[in-house]
Ligand binder design. Structure first.
Ligand code: SF4
Length: 222
């Protein structure tokens, strides 16, 4: 029976859950379900079919749609006005921003040489590091620094020298002994890897019962 109330107020559009992947605020790659209503993402949850995460989705992933819709999202470059530290900014166009950057970099190169400039960035999550290398080389500087220089790159190079290839963790066949350090199970992993470890015995593995894991569990989870 349709009530008078339902006649007046249109029923909210059903949420459509779309399978996708987290927009990678880390190196996770969790499978997620994005809930779309009226053309907007209104909710995000982990996809139980996700190979790595098996339904897990961290707080960053659950709020990923705020990168699109948050009121404080930057939509244009900002240029500082006033003294450094005053927190005064004005919005400028991309062309203006590129002109200012180009002018300043050219002046530094002319005064001190190209090698006086280092090109740095945080953790690359796509191809941006290669774009940065190209920019630095075009500018004439060999100085390129990213967090991967103390993380992924040495891991890959040492793997090549030690094993002849780049070894990666085998999540299909969990080990009976896993040695963890420096990263608590419940807070340090991405992609729900902790879920895979904790569920290890339901996957036919006696990981949680192993002596080694018991010791680790006591030390890590207290
Ligand atoms: S751990 Fe979180 S941020 Fe990383 S891929 Fe998964 S949901 Fe995204």
């Amino acid at each position: 029976m349709v009530t008078r109330f339902q006649e007046i107020l249109p029923m909210p559009e059903k949420i459509e859950w779309i399978k996708t992947h987290c927009s990678r605020m880390d190196h996770g790659g969790c499978g997620i379900l994005a809930g779309v209503q009226n053309g907007r993402i209104i909710d995000i949850k982990g996809d139980a079919d996700g190979f790595l995460n098996q339904g897990y989705c961290c707080a960053k992933g659950r709020h990923a749609h705020e990168k699109l819709y948050h009121a404080n999202r930057l939509k244009t470059p900002l240029c500082r006005v006033g003294a450094r530290g005053e927190g005064q900014w004005k919005s400028i166009s991309w062309k203006e921003a590129l002109d200012v950057i180009c002018e300043n970099l050219s002046a530094i190169r002319q005064a001190n040489g190209a090698k006086s400039v280092a090109f740095c960035q945080g953790m690359p999550k796509g191809m941006e590091h290669f774009a940065l290398i190209r920019l630095a080389h075009t500018f004439g500087s060999p100085n390129i620094v990213a967090v991967q220089d103390v993380c992924h790159a040495p891991r890959e190079v040492s793997g090549l020298h030690t094993c002849g290839f780049y070894p990666v963790a085998d999540y299909h066949h969990l080990s009976r002994v896993i040695l963890l350090w420096g990263s608590p199970l419940r807070s340090g992993f991405c992609s729900g890897m902790d879920k895979r470890l904790w569920n290890a015995d339901t996957e036919g593995n006696s990981l949680q019962n192993s002596n080694c894991f018991e010791i680790l569990k006591k030390r890590i989870c207290r």
